[in-house]
Design a protein around this ligand. Structure first.
Ligand code: AMP
Length: 292
Protein backbone atom coordinates (compact mmCIF):
# COMPACT_ATOMS: atom_id res chain seq x y z
CA UNK A 1 0.00 0.00 0.00
CA UNK A 2 1.28 3.45 -0.93
CA UNK A 3 0.34 6.07 1.67
CA UNK A 4 0.49 9.56 0.23
CA UNK A 5 0.10 12.95 1.81
CA UNK A 6 0.91 15.16 -1.16
CA UNK A 7 -1.33 15.93 -4.11
CA UNK A 8 1.57 15.79 -6.59
CA UNK A 9 2.53 12.26 -5.44
CA UNK A 10 -1.10 11.16 -5.59
CA UNK A 11 -1.46 12.39 -9.16
CA UNK A 12 1.66 10.50 -10.23
CA UNK A 13 0.51 7.31 -8.51
CA UNK A 14 -3.01 7.48 -9.97
CA UNK A 15 -1.59 8.26 -13.40
CA UNK A 16 0.20 4.90 -13.51
CA UNK A 17 -2.42 2.86 -11.58
CA UNK A 18 -3.90 -0.21 -13.23
CA UNK A 19 -7.52 0.43 -14.18
CA UNK A 20 -10.23 0.26 -13.08
CA UNK A 21 -9.44 2.48 -10.14
CA UNK A 22 -12.15 2.43 -7.48
CA UNK A 23 -12.20 5.09 -4.75
CA UNK A 24 -13.63 4.99 -1.23
CA UNK A 25 -13.64 8.49 0.32
CA UNK A 26 -13.78 8.55 4.15
CA UNK A 27 -13.08 10.76 7.14
CA UNK A 28 -11.29 7.97 8.98
CA UNK A 29 -11.93 6.33 12.37
CA UNK A 30 -12.63 3.37 10.14
CA UNK A 31 -15.10 0.70 11.18
CA UNK A 32 -16.72 -2.39 9.68
CA UNK A 33 -18.97 -0.18 7.51
CA UNK A 34 -15.96 1.44 5.85
CA UNK A 35 -14.31 -1.98 5.53
CA UNK A 36 -17.37 -3.26 3.67
CA UNK A 37 -17.07 -0.35 1.22
CA UNK A 38 -13.39 -1.13 0.64
CA UNK A 39 -14.16 -4.83 0.05
CA UNK A 40 -16.86 -3.80 -2.39
CA UNK A 41 -14.33 -1.57 -4.15
CA UNK A 42 -12.01 -4.58 -4.51
CA UNK A 43 -14.83 -6.66 -6.03
CA UNK A 44 -15.44 -3.92 -8.60
CA UNK A 45 -11.75 -3.27 -9.30
CA UNK A 46 -10.94 -6.99 -9.53
CA UNK A 47 -7.63 -8.53 -8.46
CA UNK A 48 -5.66 -6.56 -11.01
CA UNK A 49 -7.39 -3.22 -10.61
CA UNK A 50 -6.62 -0.48 -8.07
CA UNK A 51 -8.44 0.19 -4.80
CA UNK A 52 -7.90 3.67 -3.44
CA UNK A 53 -9.12 5.22 -0.19
CA UNK A 54 -8.90 8.71 1.21
CA UNK A 55 -8.92 9.68 4.86
CA UNK A 56 -9.54 13.36 5.30
CA UNK A 57 -11.52 15.12 8.00
CA UNK A 58 -12.83 17.87 5.78
CA UNK A 59 -12.93 21.05 7.88
CA UNK A 60 -15.24 22.94 5.51
CA UNK A 61 -18.11 20.49 5.94
CA UNK A 62 -18.29 21.03 9.71
CA UNK A 63 -20.53 23.84 10.84
CA UNK A 64 -19.25 23.64 14.40
CA UNK A 65 -15.58 23.94 15.33
CA UNK A 66 -16.29 21.91 18.46
CA UNK A 67 -17.72 19.06 16.38
CA UNK A 68 -14.63 19.21 14.14
CA UNK A 69 -12.27 19.16 17.13
CA UNK A 70 -14.10 16.20 18.69
CA UNK A 71 -14.26 14.12 15.50
CA UNK A 72 -12.39 10.84 16.23
CA UNK A 73 -8.89 10.54 14.79
CA UNK A 74 -7.31 7.08 14.59
CA UNK A 75 -4.67 7.52 11.90
CA UNK A 76 -2.38 4.62 12.76
CA UNK A 77 -5.16 2.07 13.23
CA UNK A 78 -6.81 3.33 10.02
CA UNK A 79 -3.63 2.81 8.01
CA UNK A 80 -3.24 -0.69 9.43
CA UNK A 81 -6.82 -1.62 8.51
CA UNK A 82 -6.44 -0.24 4.99
CA UNK A 83 -3.29 -2.32 4.53
CA UNK A 84 -5.06 -5.46 5.83
CA UNK A 85 -7.94 -4.83 3.44
CA UNK A 86 -5.62 -4.63 0.46
CA UNK A 87 -5.97 -0.93 -0.31
CA UNK A 88 -3.39 -0.01 -2.98
CA UNK A 89 -3.36 3.78 -2.61
CA UNK A 90 -4.20 5.61 0.62
CA UNK A 91 -4.40 9.41 0.50
CA UNK A 92 -4.17 11.10 3.91
CA UNK A 93 -3.61 14.80 3.24
CA UNK A 94 -3.51 17.69 5.69
CA UNK A 95 -6.10 20.46 5.46
CA UNK A 96 -3.32 22.76 4.25
CA UNK A 97 -2.53 20.39 1.40
CA UNK A 98 -6.17 20.27 0.34
CA UNK A 99 -7.11 23.96 0.60
CA UNK A 100 -5.24 27.10 -0.35
CA UNK A 101 -5.55 29.68 2.39
CA UNK A 102 -7.39 31.98 0.00
CA UNK A 103 -9.41 29.30 -1.79
CA UNK A 104 -12.58 30.84 -3.16
CA UNK A 105 -14.20 28.25 -5.42
CA UNK A 106 -16.71 25.82 -3.94
CA UNK A 107 -19.20 23.32 -5.34
CA UNK A 108 -22.79 23.75 -4.24
CA UNK A 109 -25.81 21.59 -4.98
CA UNK A 110 -28.89 23.76 -4.61
CA UNK A 111 -31.96 21.55 -4.39
CA UNK A 112 -31.33 18.18 -2.76
CA UNK A 113 -29.19 19.85 -0.10
CA UNK A 114 -31.95 22.02 1.28
CA UNK A 115 -33.68 19.65 3.69
CA UNK A 116 -32.71 16.99 6.20
CA UNK A 117 -29.04 17.36 7.19
CA UNK A 118 -28.72 20.38 4.89
CA UNK A 119 -31.30 22.28 6.93
CA UNK A 120 -29.68 21.56 10.27
CA UNK A 121 -26.01 21.75 9.19
CA UNK A 122 -25.57 24.95 7.21
CA UNK A 123 -22.81 24.64 4.60
CA UNK A 124 -22.31 20.92 5.23
CA UNK A 125 -23.14 19.73 1.71
CA UNK A 126 -21.27 22.61 0.07
CA UNK A 127 -18.18 21.43 1.95
CA UNK A 128 -18.89 17.78 1.13
CA UNK A 129 -19.47 18.44 -2.59
CA UNK A 130 -16.32 20.56 -2.79
CA UNK A 131 -14.10 17.93 -1.23
CA UNK A 132 -15.64 15.04 -3.19
CA UNK A 133 -15.25 16.99 -6.45
CA UNK A 134 -11.61 17.66 -5.56
CA UNK A 135 -11.02 13.98 -4.74
CA UNK A 136 -12.69 12.97 -8.02
CA UNK A 137 -10.37 15.35 -9.90
CA UNK A 138 -7.28 14.12 -8.06
CA UNK A 139 -7.90 10.36 -8.27
CA UNK A 140 -9.84 10.37 -11.56
CA UNK A 141 -11.46 7.10 -10.41
CA UNK A 142 -13.58 4.92 -12.67
CA UNK A 143 -15.99 4.27 -9.80
CA UNK A 144 -16.50 5.40 -6.22
CA UNK A 145 -18.31 3.60 -3.40
CA UNK A 146 -20.58 5.44 -0.95
CA UNK A 147 -22.71 4.13 1.95
CA UNK A 148 -26.50 4.20 2.01
CA UNK A 149 -26.31 5.30 5.64
CA UNK A 150 -25.57 8.83 4.42
CA UNK A 151 -28.56 8.71 2.14
CA UNK A 152 -28.76 12.42 1.34
CA UNK A 153 -25.02 12.60 0.69
CA UNK A 154 -25.28 9.72 -1.78
CA UNK A 155 -28.15 11.39 -3.65
CA UNK A 156 -26.26 14.69 -3.83
CA UNK A 157 -23.05 13.02 -5.05
CA UNK A 158 -25.03 11.28 -7.80
CA UNK A 159 -26.56 14.61 -8.80
CA UNK A 160 -23.16 16.31 -8.80
CA UNK A 161 -21.68 13.56 -10.97
CA UNK A 162 -24.60 13.93 -13.39
CA UNK A 163 -24.65 17.71 -13.50
CA UNK A 164 -20.89 18.25 -13.66
CA UNK A 165 -20.26 15.33 -16.05
CA UNK A 166 -17.82 13.37 -13.92
CA UNK A 167 -17.19 10.10 -15.82
CA UNK A 168 -17.46 8.11 -12.58
CA UNK A 169 -19.83 5.29 -11.60
CA UNK A 170 -21.27 5.82 -8.13
CA UNK A 171 -21.86 2.57 -6.27
CA UNK A 172 -24.21 2.40 -3.28
CA UNK A 173 -23.38 0.03 -0.43
CA UNK A 174 -26.01 -0.92 2.19
CA UNK A 175 -25.80 0.37 5.76
CA UNK A 176 -23.72 -1.88 7.97
CA UNK A 177 -25.03 -2.33 11.50
CA UNK A 178 -23.87 -3.54 14.88
CA UNK A 179 -25.46 -6.81 16.06
CA UNK A 180 -28.03 -4.79 18.02
CA UNK A 181 -29.02 -2.82 14.90
CA UNK A 182 -27.21 0.47 15.57
CA UNK A 183 -25.87 1.86 12.29
CA UNK A 184 -22.08 1.83 12.43
CA UNK A 185 -20.59 5.30 12.59
CA UNK A 186 -17.25 6.83 13.51
CA UNK A 187 -19.21 8.95 15.96
CA UNK A 188 -20.46 5.91 17.94
CA UNK A 189 -17.23 5.75 19.96
CA UNK A 190 -18.13 9.15 21.41
CA UNK A 191 -21.41 7.84 22.88
CA UNK A 192 -21.52 7.53 26.66
CA UNK A 193 -22.17 3.97 27.94
CA UNK A 194 -25.77 4.96 28.74
CA UNK A 195 -26.31 6.48 25.30
CA UNK A 196 -24.72 3.46 23.58
CA UNK A 197 -27.13 1.20 25.48
CA UNK A 198 -30.23 3.01 24.21
CA UNK A 199 -28.96 3.92 20.73
CA UNK A 200 -30.24 0.71 19.03
CA UNK A 201 -33.77 1.97 19.77
CA UNK A 202 -33.35 4.33 16.79
CA UNK A 203 -33.24 1.45 14.32
CA UNK A 204 -35.92 -0.47 16.20
CA UNK A 205 -38.19 2.57 15.82
CA UNK A 206 -37.37 2.70 12.09
CA UNK A 207 -38.23 -1.00 11.73
CA UNK A 208 -41.59 -0.38 13.44
CA UNK A 209 -42.18 2.55 11.07
CA UNK A 210 -41.49 0.25 8.12
CA UNK A 211 -44.03 -2.27 9.44
CA UNK A 212 -46.62 0.44 10.16
CA UNK A 213 -49.30 0.40 7.46
CA UNK A 214 -50.73 3.83 8.29
CA UNK A 215 -50.51 6.97 6.19
CA UNK A 216 -47.15 8.72 5.97
CA UNK A 217 -48.43 11.32 8.43
CA UNK A 218 -49.43 8.63 10.96
CA UNK A 219 -46.19 6.72 10.48
CA UNK A 220 -44.01 9.78 11.04
CA UNK A 221 -46.06 10.88 14.05
CA UNK A 222 -45.67 7.47 15.70
CA UNK A 223 -41.97 7.36 14.80
CA UNK A 224 -41.40 10.78 16.36
CA UNK A 225 -43.15 9.62 19.50
CA UNK A 226 -41.07 6.42 19.62
CA UNK A 227 -37.84 8.37 19.22
CA UNK A 228 -38.80 10.91 21.85
CA UNK A 229 -39.17 8.06 24.33
CA UNK A 230 -35.48 7.17 24.05
CA UNK A 231 -33.78 8.44 27.22
CA UNK A 232 -31.51 11.43 26.58
CA UNK A 233 -32.64 11.91 22.97
CA UNK A 234 -32.98 15.31 21.29
CA UNK A 235 -34.67 15.30 17.90
CA UNK A 236 -33.15 16.93 14.88
CA UNK A 237 -35.46 15.69 12.11
CA UNK A 238 -37.77 12.85 11.12
CA UNK A 239 -38.75 12.96 7.45
CA UNK A 240 -39.86 10.80 4.60
CA UNK A 241 -38.65 11.42 1.07
CA UNK A 242 -38.77 9.55 -2.24
CA UNK A 243 -36.01 6.97 -2.49
CA UNK A 244 -34.71 8.41 -5.72
CA UNK A 245 -33.87 11.79 -4.23
CA UNK A 246 -34.31 13.72 -1.00
CA UNK A 247 -36.07 16.45 -2.97
CA UNK A 248 -39.66 16.18 -1.82
CA UNK A 249 -42.10 13.60 -0.58
CA UNK A 250 -45.39 12.56 -2.09
CA UNK A 251 -46.90 9.31 -0.91
CA UNK A 252 -46.31 5.61 -0.46
CA UNK A 253 -46.79 4.99 -4.17
CA UNK A 254 -43.12 5.54 -4.70
CA UNK A 255 -40.36 3.78 -2.88
CA UNK A 256 -39.71 6.02 0.09
CA UNK A 257 -36.92 6.60 2.57
CA UNK A 258 -37.60 7.53 6.15
CA UNK A 259 -34.60 9.46 7.43
CA UNK A 260 -33.90 10.53 11.00
CA UNK A 261 -31.28 12.52 12.86
CA UNK A 262 -31.16 12.67 16.63
CA UNK A 263 -28.74 13.82 19.28
CA UNK A 264 -27.83 11.41 22.05
CA UNK A 265 -25.98 13.61 24.49
CA UNK A 266 -23.69 15.66 22.25
CA UNK A 267 -23.44 13.03 19.54
CA UNK A 268 -25.52 13.44 16.41
CA UNK A 269 -26.62 10.16 14.85
CA UNK A 270 -28.37 9.65 11.52
CA UNK A 271 -30.10 6.60 10.14
CA UNK A 272 -32.66 5.73 7.49
CA UNK A 273 -34.80 2.90 6.22
CA UNK A 274 -36.23 2.21 2.80
CA UNK A 275 -39.97 1.58 2.58
CA UNK A 276 -40.83 -0.66 -0.37
CA UNK A 277 -43.20 0.50 -3.05
CA UNK A 278 -46.40 -1.31 -2.14
CA UNK A 279 -48.42 0.15 0.71
CA UNK A 280 -51.89 -0.79 -0.56
CA UNK A 281 -54.01 0.72 2.19
CA UNK A 282 -52.52 4.15 1.99
CA UNK A 283 -52.36 4.87 -1.71
CA UNK A 284 -54.98 7.56 -1.56
CA UNK A 285 -54.25 8.92 1.87
CA UNK A 286 -51.79 11.19 0.40
CA UNK A 287 -49.01 12.51 1.36
CA UNK A 288 -48.37 14.26 4.45
CA UNK A 289 -44.72 13.55 4.27
CA UNK A 290 -42.74 16.63 5.08
CA UNK A 291 -40.95 18.35 2.29
CA UNK A 292 -37.26 17.55 2.44
P1 AMP B 1 -17.44 8.90 6.76
O1 AMP B 1 -16.07 8.44 7.10
O2 AMP B 1 -18.40 8.83 7.89
O3 AMP B 1 -17.46 10.20 6.02
O4 AMP B 1 -18.01 7.82 5.72
C1 AMP B 1 -17.28 7.46 4.57
C2 AMP B 1 -18.16 6.56 3.74
O5 AMP B 1 -18.51 5.42 4.50
C3 AMP B 1 -19.48 7.23 3.30
O6 AMP B 1 -19.78 6.84 1.98
C4 AMP B 1 -20.46 6.68 4.28
O7 AMP B 1 -21.79 6.62 3.78
C5 AMP B 1 -19.92 5.26 4.47
N1 AMP B 1 -20.40 4.69 5.73
C6 AMP B 1 -20.28 5.21 6.97
N2 AMP B 1 -20.90 4.42 7.87
C7 AMP B 1 -21.42 3.38 7.17
C8 AMP B 1 -22.19 2.22 7.51
N3 AMP B 1 -22.56 1.97 8.77
N4 AMP B 1 -22.54 1.37 6.53
C9 AMP B 1 -22.19 1.62 5.24
N5 AMP B 1 -21.47 2.68 4.85
C10 AMP B 1 -21.10 3.55 5.80
Amino acid sequence: MRTLKKISALRTECGKAVRPLVLVPTMGALHVGHAALIRRARQIAGEEGTVAASIFINPIQFNSSKDLALYPRLEVADRRLCRELGVDILFQPSAKEMYYEDCSVFVEEEVLSRGLCGASRAGHFRGMCTVVAKLFNLFAPDAAVFGAKDYQQLAIVRRMVRDLNFPIRIIEHPTMREKDGLAMSSRNIRLSPEARKVAPAIYQALLRAKANTGSPHQVLKKLRRDLELIPGVRMDYVECVPAISPESATHWLQSTVIAVAVFLGEVRLIDNIRIPQHRPNSLKKAANCSQA
